[in-house]
Design a protein around this ligand. Structure first.
Ligand code: HEM
Length: 611
């Protein structure tokens, strides 16, 4: 059994707090929100990151040095994090949006040309898109991984005609299904390097590989880390020769300054930060796209409801309208059912399944337990997302749980109507777009990113709060005004009893849902959560607090845009040799991120052709 499932089984067997021993080192594992929230959020109980296990993420650049993911909260970390947050505001993401849609469309066109008999590894397709997106967002460069060469198409056709379970599994050993297959240029090289690198990084968790450097895994780590470093060096040099657009991560990182001294970051530090943003930014988003496609493909009612929503906005192809309309930034706010689908997919398959690991800096109490100083504490996201204590029917894929009652009923009705009328009618726009246009989403307003309701607006420390910026579009406001808003919000929350949960008093899970959803916040445009089974406190795809995902705004915009485009154009169907949903689920492995170990083969029927 793979590690993320083992932790889940242990949580079921031993309860929400237990201790495991990794060799001689005891680690406390916590899955109770009352206990882990204070550890993640600002306050007296907040724990620092346990940086030792993150050291392996320093191989992205040579010589290795701390980066945003692996570092403690130092002044350099702060400067880099501020720069990343400033680069990923909604205003800037809006400028990235045309590239996101262009690279997706580029791939869609070649997939349509490949025809319905071709079988594709959709995990690899998703990586092609996300590599191109992060290439532009970070370095302002089109890496062209979505430019498909004849070789790749040829291989897919032959996979379609003679693929078997064993041949597909041999052909792709680490997920990603064998990148480099006709994907040329720097984009192809990145995919190839990362495919090997994540396997070597995962192998490093085996202590033998840490202590015996002549073994294959450590040597692989050195080799592929070196290749990645060369790529980052190459792109940085490029970027210096021809500066990237001012809204890019690269431009912001070059302009980053240390607080106090006002010194810029060293060149190597800039490279290190861009390397980690790059590495952290494409794999995670790609596998999330892949898991979402799997769940939609295997749940026809969900697919029908989603198609009705897309069709209502003119974003679905059909025999009557073979070309769907152009997706616009404003559509993102209106795709509410898609948001629910993405949230639910991230709940079932959180790509950072292992969670986050922290360390106590002094003796402390954790509920009824005493922890010594220097105690590692693991908060495992997969276990939490599947916990029967926090979720009703935790293993079921039910996007409706993220919608308010009326919306959920309307989505169900749309699904039933679409199913009765056949997908053609829905795609032609005759199906009722139940979760359709959001009247409140005026032209130019921020999109409602998928998990806006699920990423609590943490107000702490003096770092810039990513989640708050996403849900409330505060990036348009001057810093002072934002600070004021935060204080007001904090007061409101405290008076409603929804914040200040720094104690360990137990609140029944059902009561926790009284916490206001992001929709209730000023300017908030998230989904309101009404289903009592939904506890935002048990949903951590991007983690929480000052070390939450700095790239989540980009990820959410990308997920929505790419999935709307892919699903509006194609009906995805799992290839028979994948063994259905159960087969792919059994193939889920954690190689740094949660992925289908042997890729995910699917056929794609363009929706303009009759089913
Ligand atoms: C669906 C997509 C994504 C998911 C689910 C995700 C999830 C996460 C999680 C759970 C963490 C905390 C890790 C820990 O504490 O061990 C994290 C941190 C981080 N993520 Fe993401 N991420 C995604 C996309 C991105 C993107 C697109 C970028 C870059 C543009 C990015 C960059 C980072 C960085 C740099 C950190 C470290 C932040 C810090 O410690 O200050 N991620 N991510």
């Amino acid at each position: 059994m793979t590690s993320f499932r083992v932790f889940h089984e242990w949580a079921k067997a031993y309860g929400p707090v237990y201790r495991v021993r990794f060799l001689w080192r005891p680690v406390v594992v916590v899955t109770d929100p009352d206990l882990y929230q204070p550890l993640l959020r600002s306050g007296p109980a907040k724990l620092q990151k346990y940086t030792a296990p993150y050291k392996m993420f320093e191989v992205f650049v040579k010589p290795p040095r701390s980066n945003m993911l692996s570092s403690a909260e130092t002044p350099v970390w702060k400067a880099a994090r501020r720069a990343a947050v400033a680069a990923l505001t909604m205003n800037n993401l809006r400028l990235c949006f045309p590239h996101i849609t262009a690279v997706s469309q580029r791939l869609i066109d070649s997939l349509a040309a490949a025809g319905p008999d071709a079988v594709h590894d959709v995990d690899l397709l998703a990586q092609q898109i996300t590599v191109d997106v992060i290439g532009m967002a970070a370095f302002g460069r089109d890496l062209e991984a979505t430019v498909r060469r004849p070789q790749q198409q040829q291989q897919e056709s032959s996979a379609g005609s003679n693929s078997t379970a064993s041949s597909s599994k041999q052909g792709s050993s680490s997920g990603g299904g064998g990148s480099g297959r006709g994907i040329s240029g720097r984009g192809g090289e990145v995919l190839e390097v990362m495919r090997h690198l994540v396997v070597a990084m995962q192998a490093r968790n085996n202590p033998l590989n840490r202590w015996l450097p002549w073994r294959k895994a450590p040597r692989d780590l050195m080799y592929w880390g070196g290749r990645m470093s060369d790529l980052v060096l190459d792109l940085t040099a490029d970027m210096e020769a021809a500066p990237p657009p001012p809204h890019s991560l690269g431009a912001h990182m070059l302009a980053a300054r240390l607080q106090g001294s006002g010194e810029p970051l060293e060149r190597l530090q800039v490279m290190t930060e861009l390397g980690v943003l790059w590495g952290a930014g494409f794999e995670t988003t790609a596998h999330t796209i892949c898991w979402t496609l799997l769940l939609v493909a295997t749940h026809p009612a969900v697919e029908a409801a989603l198609l009705a929503e897309l069709a209502g906005l003119g974003l679905a192809a059909s025999p009557e309208a073979p070309q769907p309309g152009q997706i616009k930034w404003e559509h993102l706010a209106q795709l509410r059912y898609l948001s629910a689908v993405i949230n639910e997919s991230m709940r079932l398959y959180p790509v950072v399944s292992s969670g986050t690991i922290r360390i106590t800096h002094k003796p402390m109490r954790l509920g009824p337990y005493s922890l010594p100083a220097g105690q590692p504490v693991l908060i495992p996201f997969f276990s939490i997302h599947r916990s029967p204590r926090l979720w009703q029917d935790p293993d079921e894929f039910r996007p409706e749980r993220w919608l308010a009652g009326e919306e959920a009923a309307a989505a169900a009705a749309a699904a039933a109507a679409a199913a009765a009328a056949g997908q053609t009618a829905a795609a032609a726009g005759t199906g009722s777009a139940s979760s359709g246009p959001d009247e409140s989403a005026a032209e130019g307003e921020a999109p409602a990113p998928a998990a806006a309701a699920a990423t609590p607006a943490v107000v702490d420390d003096d770092y810039v709060d990513v989640a708050a910026d996403i849900s409330a579009m505060r990036d348009q406001l001057p810093q002072e005004q934002r600070q004021q808003q935060r204080q007001q919000q904090q007061q409101q929350d405290t008076s409603k009893g929804s914040k200040g949960q720094l104690g360990t008093s137990r609140v029944p899970v059902q009561q926790q849902d009284a916490a206001p959803a992001a929709a209730a916040k000023p300017g908030g445009s998230g989904l309101e959560i009404k289903d009592p089974s939904v506890s935002r406190r048990g949903f951590l795809p991007f983690s929480e607090g000052s070390r939450n995902c700095v790239g989540q705004a980009l990820a959410l915009v990308e997920l929505k845009a790419v999935l709307a485009l892919l699903l509006g154009n194609f009906a995805f169907r799992l290839a028979p040799e994948m063994g259905g949903l159960a087969g792919v689920d059994a193939d889920a492995r954690q190689a740094i991120t949660l992925r289908p170990e042997h890729g995910m083969l699917m056929s794609l029927r363009h929706r303009s052709s009759a089913s």
